[in-house]
Ligand binder design. Structure first.
Ligand SMILES: [Zn+2]
Length: 276
């Protein structure tokens, strides 16, 4: 059996590159301390098993997402009471966004196929579409609506969408698709235009799945003092203990992000099978 062994040299190089990038992101306020560990794990595996094109795509996604989190950060500060975490990504968040991609890099290393590349593009496009949709969508002057019922809800509510947010999601998927085509065309194995189209469609679809799960099954808590829905548990940022409000208790925002990137990669792999 001609199975390749561990790509030790490349894993080491991935580790050597991931540590300073993660530390820089930590100092810039984009990662928490545990987020450094997550980013180093995801970065080392993705670069080690995927190589330069996979690793640079991950860095490109991470850099643009972090920049968007910092963009007009002061206007987003009031929303911190809604979201489980601030702009600093922690261990669970980095795994939720990059874990599927890292697993696909491992699969592609041992069983090389364009299918895994298409799926990887889909997972990154989904994570990007979701981040752009959230970080730019919350700046919308109009109140968003729940993706399920169309009911107007407060900005930052799980599962809420706005015209600006949807447009931003599409932009996030499109931007990653362009970057993916450029990177893999110049550095990587042969690619097809079908893979680029699959990335755009799957990224947008994945972000819609993210909103759908957020509106239906994601766990949401309630602050009795402020009388608002929040992702924060066990205490709201006002200090009041939050109580269970709706959704599956085991499925938090990180779980939803993980499922969305998984769905995005499956959609992309499926589309690649048809489009080539
Ligand atoms: Zn409160």
């Amino acid at each position: 059996m001609a199975m390749q062994s561990l790509p030790i040299a490349r894993l080491l190089l991935g580790l050597i590159l991931s540590i300073p990038i993660s530390y820089f992101a930590y100092r810039a306020g984009s990662l928490s301390a545990s987020g450094i560990l997550g980013a180093v794990l995801v970065g080392t595996a993705t670069f080690g098993y995927g190589g330069w094109s996979w690793g640079l795509l991950l860095i490109g996604f991470f850099a643009t997402s972090s920049a968007l989190s910092q963009y007009r950060a002061r206007e987003k500060e009031p929303l911190a009471e809604k979201f489980a975490k601030g702009g600093k990504r922690d261990l669970a968040q980095t795994i939720a966004n990059g874990g599927v991609g890292a697993a696909l890099a491992v699969l592609n290393f041992y069983f090389p196929s364009q299918f895994w590349i298409a799926a990887f593009w889909g997972s990154i496009a989904t994570a990007s579409a979701d981040t752009w949709g959230t970080e730019l969508g919350v700046l919308s002057s109009r109140r968003p609506r729940l993706i399920t019922t169309g009911r107007q809800v407060a900005v930052g509510t799980s599962g809420a969408v706005s015209g600006l947010g949807l447009l931003a999601s599409l932009g996030g998927a499109l931007a990653m698709a362009v970057f993916e085509i450029f990177l893999f065309w110049s550095l990587g194995p042969q690619i097809t235009l079908g893979m680029g189209s699959a990335a755009i469609i799957s990224g947008f679809a994945g972000s819609l799945i993210d909103s759908l799960l957020g509106a239906t099954v994601q766990v949401v808590y309630w602050c009795p003092l402020d009388e608002v829905e929040t992702e924060r548990f066990p205490t709201h940022n006002c200090g009041t203990p939050t109580i269970y409000y709706r959704g599956w208790k085991w499925l938090n925002n990180d779980g939803v992000n993980f499922l969305a990137t998984l769905c995005g990669s499956i959609v992309a792999g499926g589309l690649w099978t048809f489009l080539g």
